[in-house]
Design a protein around this ligand. Structure first.
Ligand code: ADP
Length: 572
């Protein structure tokens, strides 16, 4: 059975690679995250619907509490004005006195009345009406003929018919009598009936102007404030519509569509209460909360994705580092083995005195010397690198002449370079300011650059070395005409263990530490390393060491030009 490498890696493990890592991330992280995001989206859509219902319910409850409060106000009014009446059996003077006080305290009441619902003889029945400080008694057969009493009794019967069966007979009853005259505003009369002792009933008629103009204006804002909802400020608009659907109260102007509407029962059953959120519909509010949650989810997902990408990048970097380390071991082993084998071979030849002539003996000794130097350089690099990694690398800064240091290096490697067929031209300015540097570290950095120039040159065996003052720096340049470096690789080559993966570089052994060390050394001096390279044309590495401000300007001296001149800014 064929399985693709990624699948094999997932199922049975194996050598990790970037591709495998991406497949693993896609299967193990991105897919579940995607599924989670989809589920989250679905639940947000679901929540949107529920939010709409919840908001509607909230509005409904607000309106119900308005209606309940109106009922409570009527109960208080009845308890203060009607309950003290006791029963019809009290003397008329007594009743008039009680009603007079109630009427003074509550000018919003147009009329008080008392009547009996007893089915005793017509002659014995009577009703009392009190308004404008006058108590009127209607009794016997006049009861049927009196228009006022007739209206009250009709209202009472209607309110009884509307009373829910479960409600106690001691509860208040309300009736709203609306008289509509075509083309004219309708008039409502508000009746409140309060059961007294036995079969007696007391009641009152509210002043309609008071209800419309004062009562609603007091009831609704007070209630919205009391419930912690700041009315129009909170965006909650509450309104009252009369029987002709004219708006008779609104806590906020300019609202056209109300989301929830219900009867203002039981006190004002012919009127409607309406509420909405101002500025936005319920759909709008639900949509806004949906979008907010969606945005939050998207942000969290983005953070998650960024986290995953960063983790993957770190993992991939670790993998590259691990691979670089393992190739480092094999490269270094090779680097050590080759010179050692050469040294042994030549030393044995010399020991057995098998050289043809004195010149050959000298050549052998020179090779041994050169190889030993190469080995020392490699070991120095590795030791320095391990010190840097452990944070133990120390520099001893001593005021030195950079030109002199570079010249010493060139002199030391002169023979080796010439022997390898390289033509080295130099342009080293004299009289440059002295700078505090670690001469050994800077020498090693220059040696590393020279080493690379020889390693990565093919047929064009020319190297240019220059030292000069440039702006407020001393610049050391090492240029070759070798294989060059791709632009995309030019920053990576300074990473530890990093080696460009072209065949030519692959064939040239190296540790991948040389440039990392150069960079570290130069940065420890407060400087920078620049690379200017073109594939197939060659490379120019520049070490810039800052000249401290206190140093005097370079003592300009004639540039000592030896061999091939390197012009400023010129390339290969
Ligand atoms: P190495 O031991 O591999 O030479 P370095 O850190 O010195 O390690 O260099 C890192 C990589 O940079 C090399 O493997 C090579 O690919 C590239 N490189 C460095 N110097 C040059 C150069 N002068 N010309 C071309 N490529 C170079």
């Amino acid at each position: 059975m064929y399985t693709c490498p990624e699948m094999r890696y997932l199922l049975w493990g194996g050598r990790p690679s970037k591709r495998n890592l991406i497949t693993l991330a896609a299967v193990a992280i991105v897919l579940p995250t995607g599924a989670l995001a989809f589920m989250q989206y679905q639940s947000l859509v679901d929540l949107k619907g529920k939010t709409k219902i919840a908001i509607e319910e909230n509005l409904r409850q607000t309106l119900q509490s308005v209606a309940r409060n109106a009922q409570g106000d009527m109960q208080t009014l009845a308890r203060e004005t009607l309950a003290p009446l006791g029963s019809l059996s009290r003397s008329p003077e007594d009743l008039k006195h009680t009603l007079g006080r109630a009427s003074q305290l509550h000018p919003e009441v147009d009329q008080f009345f008392l009547f009996s619902t007893c089915s005793c003889k017509v002659e014995n029945r009577f009703a009392l009406l009190y308004s404008s400080e006058k108590l009127r008694r209607v009794s016997g057969p006049q009861l049927g003929a009196d228009a006022d009493v007739g209206r009250i009794l009709d209202a009472y019967r209607s309110s009884l018919a509307l009373r829910p069966p479960a409600e106690s007979t001691r509860e208040l009853l309300f009736w709203q009598q609306t008289c509509s005259v075509p083309n004219e505003a309708s008039h409502s009369f508000f009746y409140v009936f309060y059961p007294l002792k036995n079969t007696d009933v007391a009641g009152l008629i509210l002043n309609p102007q008071y209800v419309r103009k004062e009562y609603l204006n007091r009831l609704i804002p007070g209630l919205l404030r009391g419930s912690g909802t700041k009315g129009s400020e909170s965006g909650l608009a509450v309104s009252v519509f009369d029987e002709k659907q004219n708006q008779i109260y609104a806590n906020a102007s300019g609202v056209k569509n109300y989301q929830v509407k219900m009867a203002f029962a039981p006190v004002f059953p012919n009127w409607d209460l309406a509420a909405t959120y101002r500025g936005s519909s319920i759909q709008g509010v639900a949509q806004a909360s949906f979008e907010k949650s969606l945005l939050l989810t998207a942000v969290v997902l983005c953070l998650l994705l960024v986290g995953i990408i960063l983790t993957l990048r770190a993992a991939s970097r670790e993998m590259s580092l691990a691979a670089a380390k393992s190739s480092f071991v094999s490269n270094v082993s090779h680097e050590l083995k080759t010179p050692l084998a050469l040294i042994r071979l030549y030393a044995e030849t010399l020991e057995l005195d098998r050289v043809k002539d004195e010149q050959q003996g000298k050549d052998f000794l020179r090779t041994i010397n050169g190889e030993t130097r190469r080995l020392t350089q490699l070991i120095n690099n590795i030791l320095d690198f391990s010190k840097i990694e452990a944070g133990r690398k120390e520099y001893r800064f001593v005021s030195s002449d950079v030109a002199e240091i570079v010249e010493t290096v060139l002199r030391t490697y002169e023979y080796q370079l010439r022997d390898a067929g390289f033509e080295v031209s130099t342009r080293i300015d004299q009289g440059l300011p002295m700078v505090a540097i670690d001469a050994e570290a800077i020498s090693q950095a220059v040696v590393n650059l020279l080493n690379n120039a020889t390693k990565y040159s093919e047929d064009a065996k020319k190297i240019e070395v220059a030292v000069a003052a440039r702006d407020s720096h001393i610049a050391i340049e090492v240029a070759d005409h070798g294989i060059g470096i791709l632009r995309s690789e030019q920053q990576k080559i300074f990473e530890k263990f990093y080696r460009v993966s072209t065949t030519l570089v692959h064939n040239t052994k190296g540790s991948g530490l040389g440039l990392a060390l150069v960079k570290h050394v130069v940065e420890a001096h407060g400087g920078r390393v620049l690379v200017d390279s073109e594939l197939g044309r060659g490379s120019r590495f520049t070490i810039l060491i800052p000249i401290p401000k206190t140093e005097s300007a370079p003592k300009k001296a004639a540039a000592e030009i030896r061999g091939y001149p390197v012009e400023e800014g010129s390339h290969h």
